[in-house]
Design a protein around this ligand. Structure first.
Ligand code: CU
Length: 460
């Protein structure tokens, strides 16, 4: 059973609570703490609005959605407020919101949800009276003065001109993101992106298949894997490690980024659901979600297993030798996925991602520092990650800065010796992890170790 689903929505420990608010601005910090449930939230005020409900709206016919502002997410404040009227939030993601209740004196505003579960394949029943509502605001009748920051002003949240955090530098834009240098911009000693990885997200079917679709009704997903690799990195049945893996504290690791380096990871979702992929130690930036042909790629992937054993048993096919770059120069031991990029989202996904923003460039509200990204069905989700503290500049005097090989953390994340805890080594043991943050998936092997290394990395 790949997911357990509860059917009562709980906010701060209370089911479907009500909160009395004054007609002014409030800041809300949201954490999706559900084990597997995504939320696509709207704030629905009673009465008809100037703009009619869109077909996608979750508001009732006698309600309309009100706008609100995202001002931050997982890794801190955005550069400027982003006006939205719905918000997709997956388990472990955080969003910082400002809602202005001033125009709604005496009204009730219900927070509603229309995200199906699993998202977006919707195997589970959706009952609007259960999963469709989250909480309710009851707005006071008496006008109050409000001198708080007004996000509708569009004024910056960080840096010069900000009244919120003028001392906080603007978000450093990593290569490949909007506002960052192009992915192939050169620095004197190599390319700005030192390592490119293509890594798969695999549903492991009882029939032996490792990508959607399985063998039909009754073919269970027994476990989920990252890059067709179990947690310990041992090949199934043979007890030999993945080729190219290194052993750290008894675990065979493959994601060993060089400290300080900048990497691009392509997360190839081979399931029919979205997965919130979470990385420890660092914050990264989302570049885009690129539609791809899962069936075509799946055929190439199966083709990389030996004949006669043309299924996905870990250890017999991808990942092949992890550190041998594929046709696109990507590590990970997988067939090159870029040949299977397509213009339009393929129809095997329940949703084309256009309304919830899980296709194309990163949404504005997720364009800051993130540690959790929704890897969406039918897409290769591309993120850029730099193994440094997040606030270091990316360029000086117009030239990109290369931190590769330099540890800029106040501790040594490359040190895996547990004896060094408290002596500059942190955290001891096998280092860090990256994993799906659907709790039921991470506990079913959808997690891999990750430790920054000191050594050289492959150049593109
Ligand atoms: Cu998952």
């Amino acid at each position: 059973m790949p997911e357990f689903l509860g059917d009562v929505i709980v906010v701060n420990g209370k089911s479907w609570p009500k909160l009395n608010v004054a007609p002014k601005r409030y800041r809300f910090r949201l954490l999706n703490g559900a084990n597997v449930r995504f939320f696509n939230l709207q704030l629905c005020v009673e009465g008809a609005g100037a703009t009619p409900n869109s077909p996608h709206s979750t508001c009732n016919a006698d309600e309309h959605p009100i706008p609100f502002y995202a001002i931050g997410n997982d890794g801190g404040l955005l550069d400027a407020p982003v006006k939205i009227d719905h918000l997709l939030i997956s388990p472990a993601e955080r969003y910082d919101l400002v809602v202005d209740f001033a125009a709604f004196r005496g009204k009730q505003i219900t927070v509603r949800n229309n995200a199906v579960t699993p998202y977006p394949s919707a195997f589970a029943k959706f009952t609007p009276q259960l999963q469709g509502r989250v909480m309710r605001f009851i707005v006071g009748k008496t006008a109050v003065t409000d001198t708080s920051f007004d996000p509708s002003s569009g004024k910056p949240l960080r840096g010069a001109g900000s009244t919120v955090a003028p001392g906080l530098a603007k978000i450093v834009r990593l290569p490949g993101t909007v506002g960052g240098t192009p992915l192939k911009a050169k620095i004197p000693d190599g390319s700005i992106v030192q390592t490119y990885r293509q890594l798969t997200l695999n549903p492991m079917f009882g029939s032996g298949g490792c990508h959607w679709p399985g063998a039909g009704e009754g073919d269970p997903v027994n476990e989920l894997l990252l890059n067709n690799s179990k947690w310990d990195g041992l090949r199934d049945g043979t007890h030999t490690p993945i080729a190219g893996a290194i052993k750290v504290d008894g675990i065979w690791e493959t994601e060993v980024p060089q400290i300080g380096s900048t990497e691009v990871w392509d997360l190839i979702d081979m399931s029919n659901d979205n997965h919130p992929i979470h990385m420890h130690l660092v914050q990264f930036q989302v570049i885009a979600r690129i539609p791809y042909d899962l069936q075509g790629y799946g055929a190439a992937y199966y083709g990389a297993f030996p004949k006669g054993n043309n299924q996905c048993r870990p250890g017999y096919g991808p990942p092949r030798d992890y550190n041998v770059p594929n046709a696109s120069g990507a590590l990970g031991g997988n067939p090159d996925v870029t040949k299977f990029f397509v213009k339009n989202v393929q129809p095997y996904c329940q949703d084309d991602g256009k309304y919830d923003g899980t296709t194309g460039l990163a949404r504005k509200e997720e364009s800051g520092w993130k540690d959790t990204v929704i890897a969406s069905c039918g897409h290769v989700t591309r993120v850029v990650v730099r193994f440094t503290p997040q606030d270091l500049p990316a360029a000086a005097h117009g030239k990109p800065i290369n931190y590769a090989g330099k540890n800029e953390f106040p501790f040594d994340p490359t040190d895996a010796d547990p004896k060094h805890i408290g002596k500059g080594g942190y955290p001891g043991g096998p280092g860090y992890v990256w994993h799906c943050h659907l709790i039921d998936h991470e506990d079913n092997e959808m997690m891999r170790p990750m430790i920054p290394g000191k050594g050289a990395v492959a150049k593109r």
